[in-house]
Each structure stands twice: as structure tokens, then as C-alpha cells.
Design a protein around this ligand. Structure first.
Ligand SMILES: [Zn+2]
Length: 392
């Protein structure tokens, strides 16, 4: 058994992870962190390192012979800080307050996903130290603008010709192998009423009361499908407002609701809209005054990589080689850039350090040992897929 553990420089990887956390990088403000990553890649001996106008950073480790191209993907921006204290300290602290019985690195982006990026960048160096890739090449993509948009950073690379045979997303999976996630559909529902004086409400039709009927139907009558791997679809409401508003005493004739529906890979936007429309029709059958319109707002595609895909099987082997067990397949509750890689025909699996439920929270931490283990598993994956005896 090759010594993947020995190959990783744990101290240097820990320092690099802390440095990334100490470098603020809100979406569209990634220039500084892109420079930190480029410098690290060059110093680690990457054969090619380049950046672009969005401050995506790409590093390539080439093998001696032709072979498959393995792509690692992570994003370098982080969510807003909110009320998180000392958000960029990158301090190593006791993990007890965060549910860990060991040391963690603290700071915005620790779990989402600077630890994953650091582990991927260092895996290239650890593999090179062991003589990998022997064939093909490793392409480490550290992309900008993931948190704000529909895969803007990775989309830019794909549009400019990025291709690969296999991909790994380093978003937090708690060191489990993930196959994907549900999609997200955001929709606006508007109910119509009729204004009247607030002192004479019976003269109008209150659009808020009409929306209340819709919300009740959503909670009581709306059925959600379930997927064997990705689990149940979910629905919730995110926001509500009414007009003309409370400046003058007037019964509102308009109410808007934002609905968040997490969907399964087999579901379509037309199908989802038809489902909500039949809810509207059902209310209308009971209440002829009820009037509502539906407007699709956002669509983030579901991701599902088949368990039999070579990269999924190789990821299990790599995990077993380092951690002793292949573990079970899982999935994220949120969406990742890997869905755009899948859409581009590059089968992508997830594997990364940190707990996905800490992402975007004030308890954004990652256990030190998970960063190191993730790097070792990535190194084993490079050896597996880009070694001379690949896919054994
Ligand atoms: Zn993320």
C-alpha cells in the first residue's frame, strides 16, 4: 500500500488553509485570494498555473503519458459574514463548542470551502511527490463567484473550453462520498384582491387573506415526491409582502409570496408549475373570489452522478485506501458547482472536509485532521485514476 499519509505535508497544508481563511474573498472580490492560491501552486511545482478576468485560478499537474484528465473543483469566495465574530482569524481552537472533540480551524469559509480548496491544491503536490500523475493530468480549478450566481466562475471556464474525464467537488461532505443534490426552483405567487378602506374591510377583497388560503393549501394538500438517493423534495416559503402597504388604511389588493421548492432530477419546471397551478385551481373551486398567478424566478439544476460511474467507484476506493472504509454514498442538502460539470458531460462526485450544516453559519469551522485526511484521499484518487495501472 503506497503511503498517501506520508506524502501530505500536514503542517504546510494547515498553514495554507488558515491563510485562505485569513484572506477575505466575498464574491466579486476574489483578486487577493487568487494571488495567494497562484503563489502556492507555483511554489508547489504545478506545471501550469493561470488565472482569468474573474480571478478563477487553474493549476495543472501533467503526467508523462497521455491519459485521463481529472478535474478538482472548489470555489474561493465565501458567504457574507453576518454577526460572526473575528470571521477572518483562521485561529486553531478547541472544537467542543462546534460538536468536535478535537481542534478546528475557525473562520468564514472554513467549511464552505476554503479547507476543501486547500486540500485539493496540496493533493497535486503530494501526488507529484509520489510520482503521479503518471498518465493524463490533474486540473485543479479554484473558481470565483459561486455564492452569488448560477455557477458564474465554473461556467466561464467551461465556456472557454475546460474539459475533463472525471471531476470531484471538494464542497463539505464530512469526508463521505456524495453523488449530488436536489435542484432549487424559486417561484413568485401573487394573489389579487380589491382595495377598500381599512375601516370598511368588507367592501374589499384582502389579498393577504387570499394568500393565507394558498399557504394553507401548500402545507396541507401539496404532495412531494421522494428520491432513493437524494431523499424527499421539500417546499417552504421565503418571503411575503403586500401592497399598497400600511401608510394609509387600505385593504391590500396584491400579495406576493416567494416559494422555495427543492426538486428531484426527474422533475421539470413545467411539471412543477403545473403542480402549483392545480393547487390554485383547487382553491378556486372552493372560493370563486380566489385569484393567483405564478411566476418562475430561479432554477438551479439537480445533480445526480450514477453510483456505477468510474469516478464514483474510484472515490470509494481512494477513501478506503486512506480511511480503511469506503463508506456509503450521500448527498448535499444544498447545490454545488458540480451540477454544471455534470451538465457539461463531466461526471462529478463530491468529497470534502467539514460539515455541510456549518456552511454560512457563525460556527463556520473545519477540523484540522479532516483537511489533512481529505488531501490524502485526493492524493489516492489521483494515483488511482492517473496511475499506470489506473482503475484497478
Ligand atoms: Zn460552497
Amino acid at each position: 500500500m503506497p503511503d498517501y499519509k506520508q506524502a501530505v505535508d500536514a503542517d504546510r497544508l494547515t498553514r495554507f488553509t488558515r491563510r485562505l481563511i485569513q484572506t477575505p474573498s466575498l464574491s466579486r472580490e476574489e483578486e487577493a485570494i487568487s494571488q495567494v492560491i497562484q503563489a502556492e501552486m507555483l511554489s508547489l511545482g504545478y506545471d501550469e498555473v493561470y488565472t482569468d478576468e474573474l480571478f478563477n485560478v487553474v493549476g495543472i499537474m501533467k503526467g508523462d503519458k497521455p491519459g485521463p484528465r481529472l478535474l478538482f473543483n472548489g470555489h474561493i469566495d465565501h458567504a457574507g459574514v453576518g454577526e460572526m465574530p473575528d470571521a477572518f482569524s483562521g485561529a486553531i481552537i478547541d472544537g467542543a463548542a462546534y460538536g468536535y472533540d478535537r481542534e478546528v480551524i475557525y473562520g468564514r469559509g472554513a467549511s464552505d470551502m476554503k479547507a476543501g480548496v486547500a486540500a485539493m491544491v496540496h493533493a497535486g503536490a503530494a501526488a507529484r511527490g509520489m510520482g503521479y500523475p503518471q498518465r493524463g493530468e490533474l486540473v485543479v480549478t479554484c473558481v470565483a463567484r459561486e455564492e452569488i450566481a448560477q455557477g458564474e466562475g465554473i461556467g466561464y471556464l467551461l465556456k472557454n473550453g475546460l474539459t475533463a474525464d472525471f471531476a470531484v467537488s471538494g464542497e463539505a461532505t464530512g469526508l463521505q462520498v456524495y453523488l449530488g443534490h436536489r435542484g432549487k426552483f424559486e417561484m413568485k405567487v401573487t394573489t389579487q384582491g380589491r382595495t377598500s378602506h381599512g375601516g370598511f374591510p368588507q367592501g374589499g377583497i384582502n389579498a393577504i387573506y387570499k394568500m393565507n388560503e394558498f399557504i394553507n393549501a401548500l402545507r396541507q394538500d401539496y404532495e412531494l415526491p421522494e428520491h432513493p438517493v437524494l431523499g424527499p423534495a421539500t417546499v417552504t416559503v421565503l418571503d411575503i409582502d403586500a401592497s399598497p402597504g400600511s401608510l394609509s388604511p387600505i385593504v391590500p389588493d396584491r400579495c406576493n409570496l416567494i416559494v422555495d421548492r427543492r426538486f428531484l432530477p426527474e422533475e421539470t419546471q413545467d411539471g412543477l408549475l403545473a403542480g402549483f397551478q392545480s393547487l390554485v385551481d383547487g382553491i378556486q373551486a372552493q372560493d370563486p373570489e380566489f385569484q393567483a398567478t405564478l411566476e418562475p424566478l430561479k432554477w438551479f439544476p439537480a445533480m445526480l452522478t450514477e453510483p456505477r460511474e468510474p469516478v464514483a467507484q474510484a472515490m470509494l476506493r481512494a477513501r478506503e485506501a486512506v480511511m480503511g472504509q469506503a463508506g456509503e454514498f450521500g448527498n448535499w442538502y444544498f447545490g454545488v458547482d458540480g451540477t454544471f460539470l455534470n451538465q457539461a458531460g463531466i461526471p462529478c462526485v463530491g468529497f470534502g472536509p467539514g460539515n455541510e450544516y456549518l456552511a454560512h453559519t457563525p460556527g463556520d469551522v473545519v477540523p484540522v485532521d479532516q483537511v489533512i485526511t481529505a488531501c490524502q484521499v485526493y492524493t489516492a484518487l489521483i494515483a488511482d485514476l492517473c496511475g499506470n495501472k489506473a482503475g484497478k
